[in-house]
Ligand binder design. Sequence first.
Ligand SMILES: *Cc1c(COP(=O)(O)O)cnc(C)c1O
Length: 368
Amino acid sequence: MTHKVQFLDLRSSYTELRAKIDAAVERTLDSGWYILGSEVAAFETEFAEYCGAKYCVGVANGLDALVLALRALEIGPGDEVLVPSNTYIATWLAVTQVGATIVPVEPDLSTYNLDPDRVREHITSRTRAILPVHLYGLPVDFEPILEIARDFGLSVVDDAAQAHGAAYKGRRIGSIGDVTAWSFYPGKNLGAFGDGGAVTTNSPAVADRIRVLRNYGSRAKYVNEVQGVNSRLDEVQAAILRAKLESLDEWNRRRREVAKLYLGGLADCGVVLPASPVDRSSSWHLFVIRVPERDLLKAELEGAGIQTLIHYPIPPHLQQAYQQMGVSPGSLPISERIHQEVLSLPMGPHLANENVEYVIDTICRLRR
Ligand SMILES: *Cc1c(COP(=O)(O)O)cnc(C)c1O
């Protein structure tokens, strides 16, 4: 079914910048150099600068960015990592992939983010890191998390796959945690036209280790100092990301405008709206409302031609993939409730005001 209002208009992110993106792709194809060349190097410099971080290392995708961040910190079997119980499964898979133990921490029901007040009680002698996620683009409450990390000598790896351009107390995400992991999956605020990812950090040692790990554990060709992987951001995607990075702030500004319209228009329409704490600037990757009758509302909106999505329908601990962990239904009730009640409304830099108004009017008509 074609929708009257689609969830995300990805094609327009190409057509708006068509000339610039075509030129970037052509320049790269013409260069005759396709892996780890000048485009990746230039993107790393530009994205590090954008984030206010000293270093950026491009990798193949967001999952690898998380995995390589953990590997660079030498986190592995026997180590425990605190992760939010409600997140995209990639956050969990990264911890599993390095052989470490996942310790789920329940979120704050108003921000959907890791609740700093619940972190301390999960720390043991094996805890090595806290892995907060800036879910839906809203930065996590960093200060108390950094304080706990300092008190217990833990590392903070933050999952910023949804938070390009978001800020905490006036400072962009990307250098506040020890290592920040990014995804450039097409639907993210800064998205490639294929897979891509990166880490940013202020630590020269961590940046250097990830640089070596992403390229077969090799610094000099055919000399392998560690058992690395093949996880490189490719030249064509890097060239495209450089072109799109120039529009990120403008596109995020437009997302903020859409969020403001939703927040105003839906204020009295019987839905729980996303929190916007004053000390944080969300990238508004997603605009997520919450209603107990979520599936009904979703169906009704679908009937009105409005495409919505659920982020996410099943929490990681209830996925078949994590059955062996033995976390039974009901044991992470806040996360489970969130997964049953959340609904993501159409959001994006190319969403027209009249479509936002139509979504608002439809929801208010249905809920009042
Ligand atoms: C998209 C996403 C990832 C994974 O990124 P990929 O590039 O698809 O591997 C990780 N964490 C979160 C929160 C995400 O939204």
